[in-house]
Structures are given as structure tokens and as C-alpha cells.
Design a protein around this ligand. Structure first.
Ligand code: GLP
Length: 242
């Protein structure tokens, strides 16, 4: 595991964008796995900046998102489809047919997830997967207890995840998501984990320095042969001094 500790969230975003830009430079048809949430917003802004400066070309890149709420209309501003359009896809030149996000309207979610796995396989698997981490150690929407060999499938969202992501658990809030499984995630050839803020310091320590356990899905990342972790000062608060 390679750990990069930087001072600020802006530094984290820039370092992550440069790392991904370098990977695209080395492999222009990079198959890139992408996260959502608050953490990657600055990373996407920095990536868009690199694109606008002509320092990265997305024209041959293929993207696969980790997850999408279910049910969720892709036109709903709360959807991860909308999130990706807003923060990355409408600003760079990824061909629209190179973009893959689980379908929140699929009539048969299990079938849609199996097809997502087939699309991943046809693309040759993920070269580089960028991840965030939930406060309870979830990655994608793999909540505590998720199986190590899990594949892309429908998952029930934990109460605290729904609360954190929607601010309520009332009617009209999705209770499920379609998420890459931990087995799918770990098949990525490289993984880049981003964490920012003191509120992530405890789960980062547990996930990366504690026991590998289904209780903390992100702890399975310790098994990956090519994991890079970028932490800002807050998220590194409990990280052992080197
Ligand atoms: C969300 C997403 C995850 C994300 C996590 C942390 O539920 N499904 O992919 O990594 O929560 O989000 P944030 O970066 O906002 O803390």
C-alpha cells in the first residue's frame, strides 16, 4: 500500500487528478472506475482543469461508476448519473457511449447488474478504480457484512448511509442501490482511495491498519496488490507518524 499524505483537501484533489491524468497519458484507452460523494468533487474539478489545459485527453477513456441509487431516474438531480454529468462528464470529452453507470430504472435490477459485469468484462476489466470511503467503512455501497466475493448487484442501504446521503429516511428516498461488489472492486488492476477530513480519520485507521473483516468492507482493500491512498491532514489524524 502506498500512502500519500498532503496538507489540504485541495492538495488531495490535485494530487489525485495528476495521478489519474498520468495513468491516462500512459494508457489513453484507460478503463477508469469512478466514485461519487463529496470527497471526489474537488478531484473532478482538478481533472476538468487538466483537461481544459490540454494536459489530459478523455476521448478514448472508458468509465464505469461504482454505484447508483435504486430506484432512481437518471434525470433526478439526486442521481449519480446527474452527479457525474455535473462534476465531470459534461466538461470533458469522454464519448457518451464510453460511459457506464448502473441503471437506476432497470425493471430487472439483478439482470441489469449481471449485464454491467458483462460490460466490465468486455472492456477488459478496470485499469484504475478511484474510491471514497463511507463513515461505516462502506466502499461503493458495500455496507458492513458485504461478502468479500460479491459482484455487482442490488444492495439495501444502511440507515446511516441513507441519512448521510439524503438527510432523511422519509418517503421518496431510495432504500437500495446497484453497486459493484467487493469482488468486482478488488479485480481492478489499480485502486486509488481518497479520504478527507478528521471525520474519516477513525475509519481510515480501522480500514487500513485494523483487521480485515466484513464488518469494515474497506478493510478488504488491504488485500489488493496495488493500492494507493491519498489522505489530507484531517483524514490522516490517526495515521502513524512515519
Ligand atoms: C457514498 C458512496 C460512496 C462514497 C461514500 C463516501 O455513499 N456510495 O461511493 O465513497 O458514500 O462519501 P463522501 O465522499 O461524501 O464522504
Amino acid at each position: 500500500m502506498r500512502t500519500i499524505i498532503v496538507d489540504t483537501y485541495e492538495d488531495l484533489s490535485l494530487v489525485a487528478a495528476r495521478l489519474v491524468g498520468d495513468e491516462i497519458g500512459e494508457k489513453p484507452d484507460l478503463v477508469l472506475g469512478l466514485p461519487t460523494g463529496r470527497t471526489p468533487v474537488g478531484f473532478y474539478a482538478a481533472l476538468v482543469q487538466l483537461y481544459r489545459q490540454g494536459r489530459v485527453d478523455f476521448s478514448r477513456v472508458v468509465t464505469f461508476n461504482l454505484d447508483e441509487y435504486y430506484p432512481m431516474d437518471p434525470r433526478d438531480p439526486r442521481s449519480f448519473h446527474a452527479f457525474m454529468q455535473k462534476h465531470l462528464l459534461e466538461h470533458v470529452n469522454v464519448p457518451w457511449d464510453h460511459v457506464h453507470i448502473p441503471d437506476g430504472r432497470a425493471p430487472e435490477p439483478e439482470q441489469a447488474c449481471a449485464e454491467y459485469e458483462h460490460q466490465l468484462a468486455r472492456a477488459g476489466g478496470i485499469d484504475l478504480l478511484v474510491l471514497g470511503i463511507g463513515h461505516n467503512g462502506h466502499i461503493g455501497f458495500n455496507e458492513p457484512g458485504a461478502p468479500r466475493q460479491g459482484r455487482t448487484g442490488p444492495v439495501r442501504l444502511a440507515h446511516e448511509t441513507i441519512q448521510a446521503n439524503f438527510g432523511s429516511v422519509g418517503p421518496g428516498v431510495p432504500r437500495f442501490a446497484l453497486s459493484m461488489g467487493i469482488g468486482t472492486i478488488l479485480e481492478s488492476r489499480k485502486i486509488l482511495l481518497l479520504a478527507s477530513g478528521q471525520d474519516k480519520a477513525s475509519i481510515i485507521r480501522r480500514a487500513l491498519l485494523g483487521p480485515v473483516t466484513p464488518d469494515v468492507p474497506a478493510s478488504f482493500l488491504q488485500l489488493h496488490p496495488s493500492l494507493t491512498v491519498i489522505l489530507d491532514r484531517g483524514a490522516a489524524a490517526y495515521w502513524p507518524a512515519s
